[in-house]
Design a protein around this ligand. Structure first.
Ligand SMILES: [Zn+2]
Length: 88
């Protein structure tokens, strides 16, 4: 799955969650907008996602379900590490 993360409000959006039903969704601070485009025949694709942003460029990364769980656990550790680094 692909994660689209807003650096400003830290909203994480997963591309799989988007379809024609909720096209043009935005993150909490409305920096990032996900736009779902229907593909035109004869392509077999259902459609595709495009990302727009107003202020900050979104972080986009590809992860598996397992990576997502690991990343969430590691996030706390990473913050402590950054704090230590700024002090030195
Ligand atoms: Zn945002």
């Amino acid at each position: 799955m692909t994660i689209i993360e807003c650096e400003e409000c830290e909203s994480k959006m997963i591309n799989h969650d988007y379809s024609s039903q909720n096209a043009c969704d935005t993150c909490k601070c409305e920096n990032i907008q996900i736009i779902h485009l229907e593909s035109a025949p004869p392509t077999k694709l259902k459609g595709f996602i495009t990302v727009r942003y107003k202020r900050s460029y979104p972080k986009i990364y590809e992860i598996s379900e397992l990576d997502r769980i690991l990343a969430e656990k590691a996030e706390g550790k990473e913050k402590t590490k950054k704090l230590g680094f700024s002090e030195s």
